[in-house]
Design a binder for this molecule. Sequence first.
Ligand code: SF4
Length: 439
Amino acid sequence: MERITVKIGKDLAIGPGLPIVVQTMCNTHTDDVEATVAQCVRLASAGAQMIRITVPGLRDVEHIREISSSLRAIGVTTPLVADIHFSSATAIAVAPYVEKVRINPGNFHRDHQEAARQFSEFLGVCRRHGTAVRVGVNHGSLGSYITGLYGNTPMGMAKAAMEWLEMCMAENFYNVVVSLKSSNTLVMVQACRILQEMMEARGVVFPVHIGVTEAGGGDSGRIKNCIGCSALLSKGIGATVRVSLTEDPEYELPVASYLSQRYGGTLKSSLVSSVTDSGKVSARYEAPSRERLILDASCDWGAALLDREIDEVSFEGSIAGEPIPADFAEYLSDEILQASRRRFYKPEYIACPGCGRTMYDLQKAFAEVKAKTSHLKGMVIAVMGCIVNGPGEMADADWGYVGEGNGKVSIYKGGTPVLRHVPETDAPQKLLSLIEDSL
Ligand code: SF4
């Protein structure tokens, strides 16, 4: 079995036996070089070991060059990752100027053969410049070629990734990390497990970048990320983590660092004891803080809930020496069951983290949509930052709320736009009215 180690720039490597690498992504506009450099400096000093920046088009390649040279000039050497969608020309143009490029080769071109030709050209450029690659496949953005064969399923995601990995191997290009992401923890975990099995059967295992995409924010976002990532890391899958939150990226890093330390063996759960009876777990914690209890409990029980080894979990014990309040214990249990997709006690929100493509104040929009819809238990509502990728990425959503730019929002029902160009000020109420009319 060959287990691949990937070199990212001069000083960072991802692979077997190495610490789990913590990464995040800028949410500044890439053409605002000053703001992006400032955010990269903050993220590097907060512990980011890799920073991803969106490169929406060819004209942003020059911005990436400026950002990279400004950072290097002030001694910030954190590897930069260019995030590319759709445009192979942009991927090829930016590859010489960054340490890694993330692509979804399936969306390079509608025609699979042409996408493969462009991918091959891209790999050639990466080889010449020592640039690493992430093949990043997302649930909801699979090509029609794959969905026709396997549907929009974990198997389809894994097959799509495996096909591009085979192409890398055929080209003798091994500096590749792979990711399969979904906002649905179960889909994400199943897809990564299937892919891992396929790679092992093939005899070549590439490092896996893990994360729950569009996980939303606050406690729910942290819990979803911990459940999805822990279910993989606890089985030895995952060499680098990006925790995705609809918050400023600085806030993603403590959660990603927690996962890296915990599954790197340098941090232990505050779980003291547990009793399981007929699928119901009663768990006792002595947690140093509310935040640690949330992360510990999500990692301790998420995988068993996803895998249906247990059905419920309840909490008792202490936080910083004080008894865990009963209402918080109940809330935590509800949140963990919902993030494990076992019982829905509120709407299921999908919200992207935002990036340089974001077309409106995403955090404000997400808060407004939640305030209007919090009573709609079980409904899946997506709040996405841009009209370019947002609609494709909200695969599971009953309703979608997508930033168009120029103060306007598009509202989607089941993946189809039902109202366009709604002023942002009216859009949360419009969304609620449309949902109520449809009930
Ligand atoms: S959906 Fe959100 S995270 Fe994805 S490209 Fe658009 S703004 Fe960026």
